[in-house]
Write a protein that binds this ligand. Structure first.
Ligand SMILES: Cc1ncc(COP(=O)(O)O)c(C=O)c1O
Length: 387
């Protein structure tokens, strides 16, 4: 590979299988929600160990439906980490509730259960852990805080398929668990998401609200067995997944183990290459859980480097390596800062981790030459800019 070849941050890993499955749906005459979505729900629910699965068109939609189903209403509080994507908190605002942002812990950037506990009030209706980068959060501690207080736990599992915590599958760790099948995620349907739960009432509510609040299985109204008559039970949303997307998802799901193995081997190569350099700190994964390997986050060590994170990112770009930062803490964004009065130092751990985090390319379709090129560039930067 020549040095001017761009290494993208992430690419979807699509084989002929996904392409054929989509073409088959296109030829079938039924392209929106239908039998493929139903089959995908059965299989994805099974794959994450959950009894019920509602497939929707994004993880954002799944989180919104989940919070609504567990009873989050205007004025309620939902506790979540600040080191997450926009989606986690915006869905709280959709419902007129208040996102209470808390700090994370340095070892793996997951939410700090002690910070969650300090944030609980009589108005707390839900806690939303986010399994950062693909490492499950401390779910036993979080559930132990929530259960006795009647607080719901809705997990943001956008990074976390597939993984396990203390031998339990990722779809069984919270009251409702929400997954993303966005193009850069560990499996994709282009755009897509799913909410899984053991609770049949929440499942029914999420199914109804995902399709305009109209009576269950409304998608069947254009089939031979469907009926034209429907009832609007609530002002719902338009969050249904298409059969085109579900067909892609079924093939991705079947390839999930193979794709994880590839990401894990890339991450192991990175660990090997960067672990002994003073310039970097690697993120840990506690031994009682497994890692879905969605993101590879490297922390720069200011004492060992003469350049900061922003300059490091510029250098990666100059060397044609796609990189990203996960995340700019929510409390530092204008909306949350100004609406809820946060200052950068309000949540100091996340702020400090953000300042020195870099996410390197990690995706299962990555070629060996691309991995080697990232390693070569990152090691060279550590040498050139080391103290
Ligand atoms: C932590 C987290 N939550 C939620 C989402 C939203 O996922 P989607 O794009 O499927 O709505 C993302 C997407 O990047 C994410 O990183």
């Amino acid at each position: 590979m020549t040095s001017d070849t761009f290494v993208p941050f992430a690419l979807p890993d699509l084989s002929e299988g996904e392409i054929e499955a989509v073409v088959e749906v296109l030829r079938s005459g039924w392209i929106t929600t239908g039998p493929k979505v139903k089959e995908f729900e059965r299989r994805f629910g099974g794959a994450v160990g959950a009894g019920h699965c509602v497939a929707v068109n994004s993880c954002t939609a799944a989180l919104h439906l989940a919070l609504e189903a567990v009873g989050v209403r205007a004025g309620d509080e939902v506790v979540l980490p600040t080191l997450t994507f926009a989606a986690s908190a915006e869905v709280v605002r959709y419902l007129g509730a208040v996102p209470v942002l808390v700090d994370v812990r340095p070892s793996d950037h997951n939410v700090d259960p002690a910070a969650v506990e300090r944030a609980l009030t009589p108005r707390t209706r839900a806690i939303m852990p986010v399994h950062f980068a693909g490492v499950p959060a401390d779910m036993d501690d979080i559930n132990a805080l929530a259960r006795p207080r009647g607080i719901a736990v809705v997990a943001d599992c956008a990074h976390a398929f597939p993984c396990q915590y203390r031998g339990r599958n990722v779809g069984t760790l919270a009251d409702v668990s929400c997954f993303s099948f966005y193009a850069t995620k560990t499996m994709t349907t282009g755009e897509g998401g799913a909410a899984v739960t053991e609770n049949p009432e929440w499942t029914a509510r999420m199914q109804v609200m995902a399709l305009h609040g109209i009576s269950r299985d409304a998608w069947k109204r254009y089939t031979a067995e469907g009926s034209w008559r429907y009832e609007i039970l609530a002002p719902g949303y338009k969050y249904n997944l298409t059969d085109i997307a579900a067909a892609m998802g079924l093939v991705q799901l079947a390839r999930a183990g193979e794709m994880l193995a590839r990401r894990a081997s890339v991450a192991a190569k990175y660990d090997d290459a960067f672990g002994r350099l003073d310039a970097f700190e690697l993120l840990g994964c506690p031994p009682d859980r497994t890692h879905a390997r969605h993101l590879y986050v490297l922390r720069l060590v200011p004492a060992a480097l003469r350049i900061g994170r922003d300059a490091f990112m510029d250098e990666l770009k100059r060397h044609r390596i796609g990189a990203s930062v996960h995340f700019i803490p929510l409390h530092q964004h204008p909306y949350y800062r100004d609406t809820f009065g946060y200052r950068p130092e309000s949540l100091p751990v996340a702020r400090e981790l953000f300042e020195r985090s870099v996410s390197l390319p990690l995706f299962s379709a990555m070629g060996d030459e691309q991995v080697d090129r990232v390693i070569e560039v990152v090691r060279a930067l550590a040498r050139t800019h080391g103290r």
